[in-house]
Design a binder for this molecule. Structure first.
Ligand SMILES: CC(C)(COP(=O)(O)OP(=O)(O)OC[C@H]1O[C@@H](n2cnc3c(N)ncnc32)[C@H](O)[C@@H]1OP(=O)(O)O)[C@@H](O)C(=O)NCCC(=O)NCCS
Length: 219
C-alpha cells in the first residue's frame, strides 16, 4: 500500500518549551499549553500504532469525515508509522498521560521539482483545542521542515475544515487555490480542496510574533 507524505512548521518560541534528551531515537519536547498543562511531543514508533489509531477513531465524526486515509484501520496506521520511520515523512505525536491528544505530519520529496515544498497536516483532540497545542505541533513540523531544506510550506484541506484554515491564516498562509470537487468525504459528498501556502521564513517569523504578542503565563 502506498500512502502519500506531507509537509512542516516554525521555530519554537523562547521560554515555552524544552528539549529532553532521551536518546537519539526518541527525542521529546515538552510544551506548556495555555491552561498550564504539559504535553510531550515525540516521533511515533511501531509500538504507538494502536494508541494513535485510538486517537483517530476518537475524533468527532465531522473531523473523521475528511480523513485522507482510513485511519481507523490498524494496517493503515502501522504503514504510516513505518513510512515515517523509513524517512518518507515526518510525524509527531502529542501525548498527555500517555494518551495521544494530537498528531502532526510533514510530507516532503527528497528530489524532483517539489523538493523545496513541505506539506503539513495537523489534528488535535477536541478537549485540547484552543490551548495552543495545534500551534506547538505546527512549530515542531516547521523545525523539521527547515532541517530538510524546505522553503515553502503547504497546507491542503477540505473547505469545511474551517478551524484549519483559521490557524494557518493566523500564521500568514494565504489561499493559493480553491479546487472545486477535489475532495470526496467519507460519506461520498464532494467538497472544494483549499490549498494554502507560505514561505517558511515568513511563517517562522509569524510564529515567533504569535508567541511574543501573546500574554499567556509563560509566553
Ligand atoms: C485546526 C486545529 C488543529 C487547531 O488546533 P488548536 O490546538 O485548537 O489550535 P491553537 O489553539 O493552537 O490555535 C491557534 C490559533 O488558530 C486560530 N484558530 C484555531 N482554531 C480556530 C477555530 N476553531 N476558529 C477560529 N480560529 C481558530 C486562532 O487564531 C487561534 O489563536 P487564539 O486561540 O489566540 O484565537 C484543530 O481545531 C483541529 O484538529 N481541527 C480539525 C482538523 C483540521 O481542521 N485540521 C487542519 C487540516 S491541515
Amino acid at each position: 500500500m502506498i500512502l502519500e507524505a506531507e509537509p512542516p512548521i516554525p521555530n519554537e518560541p523562547p521560554g515555552t518549551s524544552s528539549r529532553v534528551d532521551v536518546g537519539k531515537e526518541d527525542p521529546v519536547k515538552v510544551e506548556a499549553l495555555k491552561d498550564g498543562a504539559t504535553v510531550l511531543l515525540q516521533e511515533p514508533q511501531a509500538a504507538d500504532a494502536e494508541r494513535l489509531r485510538r486517537f483517530f477513531v476518537g475524533l468527532p465524526v465531522e473531523d473523521r469525515r475528511y480523513f485522507r486515509f482510513d485511519l481507523g484501520r490498524a494496517d493503515v496506521v502501522e504503514t504510516l508509522i513505518r513510512q515515517a520511520e523509513a524517512g518518507m515523512a515526518y510525524r509527531v505525536l502529542a501525548l498527555v498521560d500517555n494518551e495521544v491528544v494530537g498528531h502532526g505530519a510533514l510530507y516532503f520529496s527528497h528530489d524532483g521539482w517539489q523538493r523545496h515544498i513541505g506539506e503539513i497536516r495537523v489534528l488535535v483532540a477536541p478537549d485540547y483545542r484552543g490551548l495552543r497545542l495545534g500551534t506547538h505541533i505546527i512549530g515542531q513540523l516547521f523545525e523539521e521542515a527547515e532541517k530538510r531544506g524546505v522553503t515553502r510550506v503547504v497546507a491542503r484541506m477540505a473547505e469545511p475544515e474551517t478551524a484549519g484554515r483559521k490557524i494557518f491564516e493566523r500564521l500568514g498562509f494565504i489561499v493559493d487555490a480553491t479546487l472545486p470537487d477535489h475532495v470526496k468525504d467519507a460519506d461520498g459528498n464532494l467538497h472544494a480542496l483549499v490549498v494554502m501556502s507560505c514561505a517558511l521564513d515568513e511563517v517562522s517569523r509569524a510564529m515567533r510574533d504569535f508567541y511574543r504578542d501573546d500574554n499567556w503565563p509563560d509566553g
